[in-house]
Design a protein around this ligand. Sequence first.
Ligand SMILES: *Cc1c(COP(=O)(O)O)cnc(C)c1O
Length: 384
Amino acid sequence: MNLLNQPTISNNGIVRPTYAEIDLRRLTANYRAIQQHVAPANVLAVLKANAYGHGLVEVAHHLARLGVPYLGVAVLEEGILLRECGITTPILVMGGILGNQIPLFLQHDLTITASSVEKLTQIDATAAEMGKLARVHLKIDTGMERIGVHYYSAESLLETAVNATHCHIEGIYSHFANSDAADLSYSQLQLGRFQQVLAFYEKRGLPAPPLRHIANSGAILQLPESHLDMVRAGILLYGVYPSPEAARTVPVQPALSWKSRVVYFKVIQPGHPVSYGSTWQSDHMVRAVTVPVGYGDGYFRAMSGKAQVIIRGKRYPVVGRICMDQVVVNIEWDSAYNGDEVILLGEAENGVAIRCEELAAWAGTIPYEILTNINTRISRVYIT
Ligand SMILES: *Cc1c(COP(=O)(O)O)cnc(C)c1O
């Protein structure tokens, strides 16, 4: 019924040999490392897009058990799914309110992002009608130009909030555009604008401002003065750094590995091209294996001619075009057998590793898209 809750593909309990393995112990360690780094600020764990591919519901349950004080999702459906699965931790829906969704937010006790005076007025009126107190975070645009009221005209939103008697204005936040860059001048500018907006509370002689938050992974690492009351940890929580240039001030380790198995072994004669388009052939006899993963699982076709995998602790190239469901790996004259483990992303016992950043470089994208692109055909297996 729910796009976010599709069952994984399995057949009488026999699961396809291609799966993602999520090490919940690493998730715990990453969370604790971030928490320690930002203390006394709190950590909101960002779980949008199926928890960056790690599995929304399982990750939420795990973090709830750890006592994470706040969860964040992008869209209403993600929040409702978590409530239906019994998650009682506060959940901030960071995207906008679409159409007439406000009653659903209130029914499921989801924290609403108010990004304009009109929306806030609508939230207040709906809460009054339903006899509820809406939990609200105000969204200030300090330089992302996505959603939120502009910092230079935020005062009307803050005034409206003071008078919204059916809203609990619990937080106020903004979002950085470049906090993972080496040059932090634009982030400094954004932080300054945010602080200017927050000065409203003191100017008006109001009690302390609500929960202030602006830091994403880049700012958690690089901009300690932006940690304020809470930080919103996304990719860093999953053990991946947001960009190559971001300072690695918090030690984290990737929680997700992507694995498969050898399902076919053959010898390829010289001059016999491999896969669609016949783009690759060897000038000498090679051994090759077929692995059941492809772009239909989220293994980007754009990585054709560049991707490598690990078999028996050694890296080998994927040759020819990546198909929808299968790839061919050239193992030259080494040995491999049907059933051997193939690591697409992750590390072998001898320390040889393929990182998210490498897949991103091969595909011409960023690690975020590698993780969120691993789709529902891949079952998630959890290590505790
Ligand atoms: C996705 C998102 C985050 C987390 O970003 P990371 O770079 O993954 O840490 C934080 N805040 C908002 C509003 C987001 O949309």
